[in-house]
Design a protein around this ligand. Structure first.
Ligand code: OOG
Ligand code: MG
Length: 262
């Protein structure tokens, strides 16, 4: 794929995000043969455009790391993308539904590393030893594609549907918890909509961070200390409506919540 094509595809997705207008997936028509490697080139260009617009990367995120997500989205491999500063929602604050296309939420466990991790060969244990804190989080995803309908390359090119992140302030050391058996409930207006445990994420959420380090090493990049990192949705994602009070509650890892307005 030549540079102009990559740029055009990144603009296609980027404009949908800026205009809050859903688009047909890239592989439907524009470029049916889009490969995973090409999709990451489109994502890189999209990220370059966002940085050029003055936005900043807050941290990386993993996606499609649980069976629940693989089934819901009908794709089956972990992928990564990036959370930007303009996506951050403070705990307890409100979002406006009109700032999104068709937003959904999913509960995730967040990591902050005390030292950089560089693959290949990073293990789950390496991640746990490098982790300074874990924290509760909710990710807001908002695929730019019609009906959240996409293939793996499509969703990679769309920065893995990243649209918002609510980082809880309850920090724990990883050794204070057994992250794989930390349970979570995701509730809307006090009613549980989905539930799961950390092990839903690749058997252990720290394994997801190891996978991220190993994937990034193919580009000569590492997972950096100090950045909040999302390890991937534990449960299927739940659609948002105006008036929702969204809350994720974790066993031993506190909770995190926010409101949805018109
Ligand atoms: C893709 C986003 C995947 C996760 O945690 O699985 C993701 C999507 O479901 O639209 O962030
Ligand atoms: Mg996610």
């Amino acid at each position: 794929m030549d540079k102009n094509k990559i740029k055009a595809l990144a603009e296609y997705v980027h404009n949908a995000e800026k205009d809050k207008k859903e688009i047909l997936k890239i592989t439907a028509d524009l470029h049916p043969s889009l490969s995973i490697d090409e999709a990451y080139l489109v994502q890189e260009e999209l990220i370059r455009q966002k940085l050029e617009d003055g936005h900043q990367i807050i941290g990386p995120k993993m996606g499609i790391t649980s069976e629940a997500k693989m089934k819901q989205m009908d794709v089956d491999d972990p992928i990564y993308g990036y959370v930007f500063d303009n996506m951050i929602v403070e705990e307890g604050d409100s979002i406006s539904i009109s700032d999104y296309i068709h937003p959904k939420v999913e509960p995730e466990i967040g990591f902050i590393l005390g030292k950089d991790l560089e693959g290949p060969g990073v293990t789950t244990l390496d991640v746990l030893r490098a982790t300074e804190h874990v924290f509760p989080a909710i990710e807001i995803i908002d695929s730019r594609y019609e009906n959240f309908n996409f293939t793996l390359p499509d969703v990679i090119a769309d920065n893995t549907s990243a649209a918002g992140a609510v980082f809880g302030t309850y920090l724990r050391k990883p050794e204070e918890l057994e992250l794989d058996v930390v349970g979570v409930t995701l509730s809307i207006n006090g009613e549980v909509q989905s539930l799961g445990a950390g092990a839903a994420v690749l058997d252990h959420p720290a394994k997801s961070i190891a996978r991220l380090a190993n994937m990034l090493s193919k580009k000569g990049e590492k997972v950096k200390a100090g950045q909040p990192i999302l390890s991937g949705g534990i449960t299927a994602a739940v659609r948002l409506s105006p008036g929702d009070f969204v809350s994720a509650k974790y066993g031993g890892l506190g909770d995190v919540s926010f409101f949805v307005k018109e």
